[in-house]
Design a protein around this ligand. Structure first.
Ligand code: COA
Length: 329
């Protein structure tokens, strides 16, 4: 029998309705559209508005649409890997909450925390359960409600992040399609440059931590930029070398949407022309775990069976990684 590989057999996404434009941000902090566009490539981002709505509430409509598209029921899902940095609650896992909300009664699941590299880590993790034969239907979900941890008085972070994401179903494939290889890396020494100071066991939430705005994302942008621009490009080049891929072999580069300049640097390092690079950062900003599935969803109709896709991401941790797959439908 030929080798079992994990193939993506359906994708879907969801972005909340509310559009937060650069012009609206100009009324909130000292910034301007020209600065934001030239430094990041972001024009607008989506925000989940409304009381009592968390990250799982964006995942529910996306997963329901995916199941309908694939023609399967929620009961058929065996494992849910929920990649998020903004879980509904510190515990239980948002994977459990999602399973309950969609009626995935036979699934087990867990949350995966790898910041902006989460979806790449999640696909690589889910693939192991398919390749081993343990499961045949693994749902990998990547969503963030970044607006829940962003200080809209901090111009260094509020211009970058947005809410949204998507999901992908992994199933076995024996035709040589699906996930071929992944390179995953991390360096915890980078944690001081991008993190949330309070709300964890190290510094539980208190009046003092809230007064000090420590329940929001903290970022040293320049340092993060330097590491991201080098490491995302390096890891994407590494996966090309390992799999003897030339730029011509690659149909699409699917990069994490952190900053247009980081995306361009990665594409340049790989020798990939702009028409093969998926970019929607202008409309969504950085949705953390949501960027790559949002890209897959929006470009799904352009992919052809057998297309070589390279995914690449970098995020807080630091974490970074790249994944090579052959599109299966
Ligand atoms: N509007 C206008 N000016 C701003 C601003 C804003 N939103 N944010 C910062 N500035 C100012 C700074 O105060 C600074 O002014 P000064 O020179 O008078 O001190 C100047 O612009 C340059 O700031 P700097 O932080 O050096 O800008 P930058 O070119 O590094 O761009 C980021 C800032 C955040 C856009 C950039 O560092 C970045 O994209 N970093 C990576 C972030 C990222 O990708 N994070 C997620 C990782 S997955």
């Amino acid at each position: 029998m030929s080798k079992i590989q994990a193939a993506i057999t359906a994708v879907h996404g969801y972005a909340p309705e509310y559009v937060l434009t650069n012009h609206e941000l100009e009324t909130m902090v000292e910034t301007n559209d020209e600065w934001i566009m030239s430094r990041t490539g972001i024009k607008e981002r989506r925000i989940l508005k409304g009381e009592g709505l968390g990250t799982s509430d964006m995942a529910v409509p996306a997963v329901k649409a995916l199941l309908e598209k694939r023609g399967i029921s929620a009961e058929e899902i065996e494992l849910i890997i929920f990649c998020t940095t903004t879980p509904d609650m510190p515990f239980p896992a948002t994977a459990n909450i999602l399973a309950d909300k969609i009626g995935a009664k036979n699934a087990w699941g867990f949350d995966l925390q790898a910041a902006c590299s989460g979806f790449v880590y999640g696909l690589a993790t889910g693939a192991q359960f398919i390749e081993s034969g343990k499961h045949t239907k693994v749902l990998v979900v990547g969503f963030d409600k970044m607006s829940s941890i962003i200080n809209y008085q901090d111009r260094a972070t509020c211009i970058i992040f947005g809410d949204g994401g998507g999901c992908a179903l992994l199933e076995p494939n024996t035709e040589g399609l699906g996930i071929i290889d992944s390179v995953l890396k991390s360096d915890g020494a980078g944690r001081s440059f991008l993190h949330q100071k309070a709300g964890g066991s190290l510094k539980p939430a208190s009046h003092e931590t809230v007064d000090a705005m420590e329940h929001y994302a903290y970022q040293e942008g320049q340092t993060v930029f330097k590491f991201a621009v080098t490491n995302m490009a390096e890891v994407a080049a590494e996966i090309m070398d390992r799999n003897r891929l030339t730029p011509d072999d690659i149909a699409w580069l699917v990069p994490h949407q952190a900053n247009k300049r980081i995306i361009d640097a990665t594409a340049n390092r790989m020798g990939i022309s702009a028409d093969k690079v998926i970019v929607n950062i202008e409309r969504y900003g950085n949705t953390t775990n949501g960027t790559i599935p949002l890209c897959l969803w929006e470009w799904e109709s352009k992919f052809k069976k057998g297309d070589n896709l390279v995914l690449a991401a970098f995020g807080g941790g630091f974490t970074w990684g790249s994944l090579y797959l052959k599109w299966a439908y």
